[in-house]
Design a protein around this ligand. Structure first.
Ligand code: DX5
Ligand code: ZN
Length: 213
């Protein structure tokens, strides 16, 4: 199980220390939430901040684009050197093209699905993906309550992959905590994104260990 702390819940006045803290605490990835104030009702940060953060940690960068026109950001994210980019199926008309756009830059491509979006939206492009991001809250804010029907959704996705002979990592994002990490592992989640449950804890290493175990 990989743990990807979400910077959205970190202390923005001290991001270098926050990233070093999760790096020594054993995080596997850094989850970076980019919001445009239109696709989701909030804004966060974009490529300039991600570029600065790239200098202070060796951890892989997992960028979650909660934006319309995710392709606007691919050039700059490619130059910065991020490892994974997910975009929302709901935000894009040319899903196939967008996946290829990301992969052509040597970056792992993932599709994010809102809680209310059916898995059928993934069916045709699943073999092209490097990972799938299942939202377990409505995107836009940290610290929300985990939506438990997404557990069944992950189970069904796992079955879909099995039927297609695919093994694609499933990332789960939103409301992940020690209260649901075991359930998520049981249904087949591979990467847990955790904002408030990691950065809200005084001991980040302990919080990461608890989620992983
Ligand atoms: C929500 C973001 C999440 C968020 C998770 O829109 O995509 O990555 O930071 O935060 P928590 O873990 O606090 O729900
Ligand atoms: Zn996210």
């Amino acid at each position: 199980m990989k743990i990807a702390p979400s910077v959205l819940a970190a202390d923005f006045s001290n991001l270098e220390c926050e990233l070093k803290d999760i790096e020594t605490g054993g995080a596997d990835l850094v989850h970076l939430d980019v919001m445009d104030g239109t696709f989701v009702p909030n804004i966060s940060f974009g490529p300039p901040v991600i570029q600065s953060l790239r200098k202070v940690t060796l951890l892989p960068f997992d960028v979650h684009l909660m934006t319309y026109h995710p392709e606007y950001y691919f050039d700059s994210l490619g130059k910065i050197g991020v490892d994974m980019i997910s975009f929302h199926q709901e935000a894009v008309i040319h899903v196939d093209r967008t996946i290829h756009d990301i992969k052509s830059r040597g970056i792992k491509a993932g599709i994010a699905l809102n809680p209310g979006t059916s898995l059928s939206a993934l069916e045709l492009v699943l073999p092209l993906l490097d990972f799938v991001l299942i939202m377990s809250v409505n995107p836009g804010f940290g610290g929300q309550k985990f939506i438990s029907y997404t557990l069944d959704k992950i189970k069904v996705l796992k079955k879909m992959m099995k039927n297609l002979n695919l093994q694609i990592p499933i990332e789960v994002d939103g409301g992940v905590s020690s209260a649901n990490a075991v359930l998520l592992k049981d249904v087949g989640a591979d990467i847990l994104v955790a904002g408030s449950s990691v950065f809200g804890a005084a001991d980040r290493k302990k919080a990461i260990d608890v989620l992983r175990s």
